[in-house]
Design a binder for this molecule. Structure first.
Ligand code: 8IG
Length: 271
């Protein structure tokens, strides 16, 4: 007699990882990356593309919601023979599919064998020292989504969530890399100027709509996390001009070659 059984998020991730292994022919991926606005070009700079899998073919993934946000999973052979999995199908909290969907890519990466998770995004700068087009290491986060990807009484430690060792490694490639605290808002609206001031007062440097929940899930899955924000715009009220999505996309496009070069030098150093 079989009992009815709800599939856990980890079981769904394991199923997705099996499909990725089958379709790519790569049994184990060592490193995983989620590439946000501006970071997409990095995929081809890291190594040779082995396989591109449309997200819809992998259990638990959905087609991309935002134009310019990938929609495929890419398996890449690195020069040293290891494999990287690029999750080009990020689900955002504001899509309303729930937190499980938001972190499914990270859990799938862990199930595929990845021990290091590189999370990147395009974001707004709160810290007045930042300029549009600048990549910033994420040193820590403040999660303002009022939610968690962890289910049940599972008290996961988040000390050094954005590994200081991996940040040091990144700075061996570019010693000028600044770092800051990422504040995840739910979006999809940008912040009000008052919310941006608040983010700064509570210790934030960067505002965005992703990454924090994913980083928590990565830590739960036992992965090391390296986080990067591309500052695409000064956050609302930091500069006089209103924010526009077109401007954000344009800043991302302009920074792409620089970011691809940066990641292509850092990723081979990652454990
Ligand atoms: I790109 O200014 C990008 N994403 N929350 N605020 C928030 N998310 C962003 C911003 C911003 N710019």
């Amino acid at each position: 007699m079989s009992e009815s059984h709800e599939q856990t998020p980890q079981e769904l991730a394991a199923e997705a990882a099996r499909v990725i292994a089958e379709l790519s022919g790569i049994e184990k991926h060592d490193i995983a990356l989620t590439l946000g606005s501006g970071w997409g070009k990095a995929a081809t700079a890291i190594g040779e593309i082995v396989s591109e899998i449309p997200a819809e073919q992998v259990p638990g993934f959905h087609a991309a919601a935002v134009v310019g946000h990938g929609g495929k999973l890419t398996s890449i052979r690195m020069p040293d023979g290891r494999h990287a999995l690029v999750i080009g199908a990020r689900t955002h909290f504001y899509e309303g599919r729930g937190v499980r969907a938001v972190v499914h890519g990270v859990r799938t990466a862990a199930a595929a064998g990845a021990t290091t998770m590189v999370l990147t995004n395009g974001a707004g700068g709160v810290n007045p020292n930042y300029s549009p087009g600048q990549p910033v290491l994420i040193s820590d986060h403040i999660n303002l989504t009022a939610s968690s990807p962890i289910e049940g009484a599972n008290f996961v430690d988040l000390t050094d969530l954005y590994s200081s060792k991996l940040r040091d490694l990144a700075r061996t490639v570019d010693p000028t890399l600044d770092e800051g605290v990422y504040v995840q808002f739910t979006g999809p609206h940008y912040e009000t100027p008052a919310e941006v001031r608040y983010a700064g007062i509570i210790g934030g440097d960067i505002v965005g709509m992703s990454t924090a929940l994913e980083a928590i899930a990565a830590r739960q899955a036992g992965m090391q996390v390296l986080g990067f924000s591309l500052i695409t715009n000064a956050a609302a009220g930091i500069s006089e001009t209103p924010l526009s999505h077109a401007e954000v996309i344009e800043a991302g496009r302009e920074a792409e070659p620089k970011l691809a070069s940066l990641l292509s030098q850092i990723v081979p150093l990652l454990p």
